[in-house]
Design a protein around this ligand. Structure first.
Ligand code: SAH
Length: 456
């Protein structure tokens, strides 16, 4: 079909890569029309084959790299690139950090906030093997129950044993569990027919505590041979202190279902952060990069400027990690969180650490904030750490009306951060310190940063 686009489907052409998208794809332009290309890095000259065109942009595959970027590295090779475990692994780590700083700066510049200073990204010394949590799909591959990772943009399982960015003890545990499941002829989940038993294996391991939790996610209520399977897992993996069956009967991409059965041990594992101990349930959020999390939290604490007299609200508080670390330096902390298991953990965690000046409320941050405002709570500092979609406009409104001196915004998505900073501007808040990216997710394009807003 003839179109008036500058390139057409199936065409091969030579291009120079000029940028990386926020998903880590190379960008080339032909007559100002962008082509997005997987596994292509800035400064590279490549031959690209166009695979899809739309009105405003195209996608293409690398046919040949004619001039290689000096920053290209190749630690793990092709299978890893195809899986999306570590989409930036072909870019030298120091360049990944620059890429992230640049992405944040550019997003502010796009909305004419060029004056916002973005500091160099705080990286890790060893930017691999950092994840304290794995969620591995289980499928039948060539007649065998297999663990691995999906091929990018698909649900095709690629067998993998070394996940590169996960704690290697977790990688080993997954292989051990896989072999036990094979031994007892457990049926892997079949997504197409919605049949079989084992959907996912989730493993979490405390970075300091070395306590391990194994969650076996099943389609069925019944897990055949559960007793022996659990016994063998405990015998083979002495760090395991919690084995949980999670039941997810739905046809869905959501990993965990609503019901948990503790098959052995506790319903939580413990881990430490900044000297405090935290109980973590299967369903609760817990930062995946503990080493960087300590740096991130320390920054947030420093930025909050606490002297011991302040009232602090920690919104999106999870299991209370930020609330409880701040409670040690504040008069009173209020946390709000929407997941019941996480709130239960947060209350448990306050007790565990003997902290009595933190109160946790279950609910949506936007609703509870409005309620607190009505009740006349006057925070000096509001800390927010929302999921990728950022803050609800109502939440910002209530915060604006409560008029805290400072808002410390921990963001895992700079686009919603920029939007929310603009909204805070309408209530008289402006960025009062350089934005600090902290690399929580090396080898991936995800960006985390801390921003401080002060009331004019
Ligand atoms: N501050 C915590 C958790 C951050 S993750 C930590 O660092 O560990 C974001 C948290 O927000 C998750 O626990 C999620 O369950 C919670 N959440 C998501 N939407 C929410 C909402 N509308 N209101 C309150 N909490 C929400």
């Amino acid at each position: 079909m003839k179109t008036n686009l500058p390139v057409h489907n199936g065409e091969e052409l030579d291009v120079t890569i000029i940028d990386l998208t926020y998903q880590g794809m190379g960008v080339a332009k032909v007559d100002n029309y962008p082509i997005f290309i997987e596994n292509a890095l800035p400064e590279e000259k490549i031959t690209v084959k166009v695979t899809k065109t739309t009105k405003n942009f195209a996608f293409g595959d690398v046919v040949k790299i004619n001039q290689v970027s000096p920053h290209r590295v190749n630690p793990k090779g092709r299978v890893y690139r195809q899986t999306g475990i570590a989409p930036l692994q072909h870019l030298e780590y120091s360049e990944q950090l620059k890429f992230k700083q640049h992405q944040v700066a550019e997003l502010f510049a796009k909305v004419h906030m060029d004056d916002v200073e973005v500091l160099p990204t705080i990286g890790m010394e060893n930017p691999t093997q950092y994840r304290n949590k794995a969620q591995v799909p289980v499928r039948q591959v060539q007649g065998k129950l297999t663990t691995g990772f999906y091929k990018k943009n698909s649900h095709q399982l690629m067998p993998i044993e070394d996940y590169y960015i996960q704690d290697p003890e977790i990688d080993k545990a997954i292989v051990v569990i896989r072999d036990i499941l094979r031994k007892y002829h457990e049926a892997a989940y079949d997504e197409f027919h919605h049949s079989g038993t084992i959907r996912t294996i989730m493993v979490r391991r405390g970075y300091y505590s070395h306590e391990m939790m194994v969650v076996i996610v099943t389609r069925t209520k019944h897990l055949p041979m559960a007793d022996v399977v659990v016994q063998e897992i405990q015998a083979a993996l002495p760090e395991v202190v919690s084995v949980i069956q999670n039941i997810n009967q739905k046809k869905t991409n959501v990993i965990l279902g609503p019901d948990n059965n503790v098959l052995a041990g506790k319903s939580t594992i413990d881990d430490q952060l900044l000297g405090l101990t935290f109980a973590i349930s299967a369903q609760s959020f817990y930062q995946v990069n503990p080493q960087q999390t300590e740096k991130l939290y320390q920054l947030a604490i420093d930025q909050a400027g606490l002297t011991g007299n302040e009232t602090v609200i920690d919104a999106y508080s999870g299991i209370g990690t930020i609330s409880l670390t701040m409670a040690q330096h504040a008069k009173q902390v209020y946390g709000v969180e929407i997941v019941p298991a996480a709130i239960e953990n947060a209350k448990q965690n306050a007790n565990k650490n003997g902290i009595t000046n933190a109160k946790f409320v279950l609910g949506s941050a936007e609703d509870v904030m409005a309620k607190w405002e009505e009740e006349g709570i006057k925070p000096d500092v509001v800390v927010v750490d929302p999921p990728r979609k950022g803050l609800d406009a109502e939440f910002i409104k209530s915060t604006g009306e409560m008029a805290p001196k400072k808002v410390v915004y921990i963001s895992c998505n700079p686009s919603t951060l920029v939007r929310d900073v603009q909204r805070f501007g309408e209530y008289g808040y402006e960025i009062s310190a350089p934005v600090q990216p902290v690399d929580q997710f090396p080898q991936t394009p995800h960006i985390e940063c801390v921003t401080v807003l002060t009331r004019k």
